[in-house]
Design a protein around this ligand. Structure first.
Ligand SMILES: NC(=O)c1ccc[n+]([C@@H]2O[C@H](COP(=O)([O-])OP(=O)(O)OC[C@H]3O[C@@H](n4cnc5c(N)ncnc54)[C@H](O)[C@@H]3O)[C@@H](O)[C@H]2O)c1
Ligand SMILES: [Zn+2]
Length: 430
């Protein structure tokens, strides 16, 4: 039997993706020609902020004094986990050198980027954890300079974001959000070094700005509105599943949450609980979660765990949480997700905030072709090669042969010039 939808998603009002793309195109053109003045103008108009955007080293180093001690400890706990994970990831990729044939040597080098710019969202919520996830990972990769920007509230950026950026090791920080913030990083406004790559999550304007700037600079991925799927069998507890769905719906009206289960009573219980849990949230979180659940929430009933797994492969969710028996089977079977959460004792909120693996993850089915932010995005995996005399006879013959078959005589002659018999009897410079 195919998957049955117990709650389908009516979807969002007609998409305004084209409008966003046009808006961003106009903004980037203005930012390219108008530079800092244009950036300040957008900051004034969109975020009501016209102070000098760069944070002083003293403001960054002193931000922790504005925070409760317990929050400083929580941020330190999360940072240590995120750094340990990123450092293990860095250690897992290696340079190497190999002799492919006698005298034909080649190798791989891992070169950190010179400058990475990271975006830390701060519109609806203060994304403290995003500051840790992006900067810590760039630093573990060995990036030379890490620049950052984050939108200011009426009193400037949240001090916890500034502290997190400082702890993680950001070199320069601008209080600037949205397209103007991304442009400042990419184009090197306000005396920043122009970033080789811009990374980090953000809203649709931020994601579109990264997409349009890609080419001359790199980006990590187009990380849009977050999405989450739970796979649950009869062993799952309805209350945890419902709380987990609501926790991710809280991101807002563009963030889908999906439940797939083989156990109809669980689906019924969750469907009854979710609206009650949402109603108990404070505002504006209640409205954000309600919008997401009403427009994009889905509950699906499957016959078998294999059907559940196939549905997960189809949706390729950013976060995939298995609350079911036989976790080893699930870990082997599942193949399309940004990050996998195994068992009912963990929750996506752990991964969002403090567990260690990166929370900047592919959204909108991009998990079919990429994983999330990692040290690899901040490293160039480049190659080198050299040829000693004993390699030349075979290498020059094969390369010249292929060149001539391709019609590339110039290439072939460069190869011929390395043939050992061509050079026999000649001395240097003759
Ligand atoms: N995929 C991931 O890994 C991940 C992780 C964390 C957060 N997120 C996502 O990041 C997003 C954060 O969004 P946010 O809005 O709260 O913060 P944000 O910082 O991304 O965006 C705020 C900025 O948007 C700009 N903006 C707002 N309205 C605009 C308009 N009409 N025209 C031009 N610019 C405009 C403003 O300049 C403002 O500074 C959420 O969608 C969340 O789901 C994703
Ligand atoms: Zn989340």
């Amino acid at each position: 039997m195919p998957i049955t939808h117990l709650k389908a998603a009516p979807g969002l009002p007609p998409q305004n993706a084209a409008d966003i793309s046009d808006t961003v195109q106009v903004m980037l053109a203005a930012l390219r020609t108008g530079g800092e003045e244009a950036a300040l103008d957008y900051a004034r108009r969109l975020d009501g902020h016209d102070a000098a955007p760069e944070l002083s080293p003293a403001a960054l180093a002193g931000a922790h004094r504005l925070l409760p001690v317990t929050l400083v400890e929580d941020i330190a706990y999360a940072h240590a986990n995120i750094r340990a994970f990123a450092e293990a990831q860095r250690a897992s990729v290696q340079e190497f050198e190999v002799e492919l044939r006698p005298g034909l040597r080649a190798g791989q080098r891992l070169l950190p980027l010179g400058c990475a710019g990271v975006y830390v969202p701060g519109g609806r919520y203060a994304h403290i954890a995003s500051a840790l996830m992006t900067v810590t990972t760039a630093r573990a990769a060995g990036v030379g300079t890490v620049t950052a920007c984050t939108p200011p509230g009426p009193d400037g950026p949240h001090p916890a974001i500034l502290h997190a950026l400082h702890l993680a090791g950001a070199d320069r920080v601008l209080a600037m959000g949205g397209v103007q913030g991304i442009a400042a990083l990419a184009l090197g406004l306000f005396d920043l070094p122009g970033a080789d790559l811009v990374a980090g999550p953000g809203n649709a304007f931020v994601a579109e700005a990264k997409r349009q700037l890609f080419g001359p600079i790199g980006i990590d991925m187009v990380a849009g509105p977050t999405d989450s799927m739970i796979l649950a069998d009869a062993t799952a507890r309805a209350e945890r599943v419902a709380l987990d769905l609501v926790s991710q719906a809280e991101h807002g009206g563009t963030s889908p949450v999906w439940l797939v289960t083989t156990h109809a009573p669980l689906a019924d219980a969750v469907l009854a609980m979710v609206p009650r849990i949402i109603a108990s949230l404070p505002e504006p979180n209640r409205s954000a979660a309600h919008e997401a659940w009403a427009a994009l929430g889905e509950v699906m009933l499957a016959d078998t765990r294999e059907e559940m797994a196939a549905q997960a492969d189809l949706y390729a969710p950013e976060h995939l949480h298995v609350q079911a028996a036989d976790l080893c089977w699930w870990r082997q079977r599942l193949s399309a997700y940004g990050s996998l959460f195994l068992g009912a004792d963990t929750t996506v909120a752990f991964g969002d905030k403090a567990a260690g693996p990166n929370h900047v993850l592919p959204t909108g089915r991009a998990a079919r072709y990429t994983g999330g932010l990692s040290v690899h995005k901040f490293l160039k995996c480049v190659t080198w090669q050299s040829a000693a005399p004993e390699a030349l006879a075979d290498l020059a013959r094969a390369s010249a042969g292929i060149s001539r078959a391709e019609g590339m005589e110039g290439h072939a002659r460069a190869c011929d010039a390395r043939l050992p018999d061509r050079n026999a009897g000649r001395c240097c410079g003759s």
